[in-house]
Design a binder for this molecule. Sequence first.
Ligand code: 13P
Length: 319
Amino acid sequence: MMELGKGILAADESIATMSKRLEEAGVEPTAENRRLYRELLATAPGLAESVSGIIFCDETLRQTFSDGRPFAQAVRDLGILPGIKVDTGAKPCAGLPGETVTEGLDGLPARLAEYAKMGAAFAKWRAVFTITTDTPSRGAMRVNASALARYAAACQEAGIVPIVEPEVLMDGKHNRGVCREVTSAVHTAVRTELALLNVDLAGIVLKPNMVLEGESYARQSIPAEVADFTVGVLRQWPGDLAGVAFLSGGQPPERATANLEAMQDHRTPWPLTFSFGRALVTPALSAWRGEPSRVAEGQAALIERVAANGAAARRRAEL
Ligand code: 13P
């Protein structure tokens, strides 16, 4: 999963989110179109040169390529590891107005056993935090960190590698320093809960947000500033962590790549790569538009972003 110069493609949008994105691109949001779109992504020529794994949602993992092979087997045949998003989404958290807790723990061990049987090599669980004057609260950090740890421990018992994703959103008008404080506090909570459940850090991939100012803040940080603050927070993690694969969080694709590239200027004990969703697939979806005659254009748009991010991650070896 953490092979140098490769990253992860997050193609695990829920049915509702994927349907909305298809509609925005002028594509009818049917199960077949969601399947076709995921097959287009997975079969982009040369994808495996810069992508070690693809995260799917439950619907996709139960679907097949056009030739009848189940998605998990078909991507393994391409030299790519299949992953599965196992949380069931961020839901309003009782007692914490305006904040969420990510759900999906009920029955998780049985679901993981089934996913392992279907060929999943790794899993993903995303906790979400919003910065306002009084959030995230300590309660939100604790319950979400605890759920992440229970998920990670269950994955390790099932022989599946957990991607642990605590995301501090870009929404807001806070500066980069505030994002650093909040991201650091969230990571501290996550590390505490992982330790309490004896999760082996050498067997997890951390998927954090980059440390950025809020979307509505007056000045945009340059990549060197983002890298400096982000790696500063990550240094609290011990050296045995398997790796760090960033989410893109709604950054424009080129900005996410430039920030990933700047991260490589810092010597770290763990690889720093990408696990982007929107920053990889948005250009592909706009190029495809659901037209069978434009599959090659969609795939070329994906490969352009994937190759640029692979090159950014590989820069580590060249420095
Ligand atoms: P983005 O890169 O679009 O933030 O998505 C990554 C992801 O997997 C979110 O859970």
